[in-house]
Design a protein around this ligand. Structure first.
Ligand code: 5GP
Length: 182
């Protein structure tokens, strides 16, 4: 099988992280790209494992040196980007690699690497998305409104993706993603 680059994106709280974790646990032949970010680590997050936690200066330097395959400011707060070299190395070794990034980044990857398979994870409904965001309780009310405003814009651009998959059940959604990649 030729190596594949899959780009998974979707609105806030749709559960894309859970889908990707499930996919990686079931399919060790897929590797996750570790992103760089300017946000601070959350408790338990490890540098180089969850993210590369970079200063603003380090991030600027990476942009200047073309070290990033894509980058974006997410939710108007912090910058995130995909280091280019690990992705290129993995593909040249024939490995499958998964990027879990925001919609702006997904579009940049598709433009730079048209062979990438872009997959948009859809919520079963708008009401369910609102429910998932409020029940996970990691954002205060103002931040939830901010994220929902971004989600409206993101849902409107879902048609730009190669495929759309509804996350009504994690295992089913992950299996559909794997099928689309093979
Ligand atoms: P969090 O701060 O909660 O870990 O991530 C916030 C958002 O940043 C998520 O929606 C995630 O998809 C996005 N994100 C994570 N890594 C990258 C990246 O490398 N590039 C882009 N464009 N977005 C990313």
């Amino acid at each position: 099988m030729t190596s594949r680059l899959a780009v998974i994106a979707g609105p806030t709280a749709v559960g894309k992280g859970t889908v990707v974790r499930h996919l990686l646990a079931e399919h060790p032949e897929f590797r996750l790209s570790v992103s760089a970010t300017t946000r601070s680590p959350r408790p338990g997050e490890v540098d180089g494992v969850d993210y590369f936690f970079w200063t603003q200066e380090r991030f600027d330097q990476a942009i200047k040196n073309h070290e990033l395959l894509e980058y974006a400011t997410v939710h108007g707060l912090n910058r995130y980007g995909t280091p280019r070299k690990p992705v290129e190395d993995a593909l040249s070794r024939g490995e499958n690699i998964v990027l879990e990034i925001d919609i702006q980044g997904a579009k940049q990857v598709k433009a730079a690497m048209p062979e990438a398979v872009t997959i948009f994870i859809q919520p079963p409904s708008w009401d369910e998305l609102v429910r998932r965001l409020s029940t996970r309780g990691t954002e205060d009310a103002a931040e939830q409104q901010n994220r929902l405003a971004t989600a409206k814009v993101e849902l409107a651009s879902s048609e730009d993706f190669d495929y759309q998959v509804v996350n009504d059940e994690v295992a089913k959604c992950a299996a559909q993603v794997v099928e689309l990649m093979s």
